[in-house]
Design a protein around this ligand. Sequence first.
Ligand SMILES: O=C(O)c1cccc(C(=O)CC[C@H]2O[C@@H](n3cnc4c(=O)[nH]cnc43)[C@H](O)[C@@H]2O)c1
Length: 211
Amino acid sequence: MSLLIVTAVEAEAQAVRTAFASRPGPTVIAGGVGPTAAAAATARAIALAEAAQRPFRAVINAGVAGAFAGRAHIGDVMIATACVAAELGVTLPDRHQPLDELGFGTNRLTCSGELTKALEGRRGQFLTLAAITGSPELAASLADRYPDALGEAMEGFGVAQAADAVGLPFAEVRTVSNLVGDRDVAGWDWEAAFASLTKAFQTYPEVADAH
Ligand SMILES: O=C(O)c1cccc(C(=O)CC[C@H]2O[C@@H](n3cnc4c(=O)[nH]cnc43)[C@H](O)[C@@H]2O)c1
């Protein structure tokens, strides 16, 4: 199977590639930070592969992420069951109304369990936001709105939409660098999250990728 893995930054891409260093692996690209950069990079990679008659059969978004306190810990692997665009909809004075309720699209895409069956980690919903949650109060409000969400990152829903648009199965795999709402960015544990990302993909089967 020809697999595309999309990360945000090169350090995440390298952490994934390291897991396949001594065996056939997927195509891994760093598509940029945020859902629109991620969607554009994914759509471009899919289109180029199709034009070269070596189409991808599946897409995974991988990287580091924030976890909601009490739902996962630093270094944990989180595997999305669904990607939820938490900002997509209307922000009313008293609540957020998701796009699903408005009748012109969805803010939730289901992930393939098949694609991640070889991986070990916590499974649950995953939020995508263009803006990192920057206070404990906002984090608590999001955790309340999404009781089944493990954490948040900035690219999953964008990658999912690009894959979904052409009917490709999709998954999101994240490792925890910080807790959602923690503004002490200097204390975020990138190294633990990168090491965990490499370890997580070491159990992934070889990928006979023709790219
Ligand atoms: O918040 C900052 O000031 C900041 C400073 C340096 C780097 C960053 C990032 O690169 C974070 C965004 C990047 O990492 C993912 N990520 C990790 N933790 C979170 C989170 O709690 N909420 C949202 N995204 C997170 C994200 O997918 C980006 O690719 C930030």
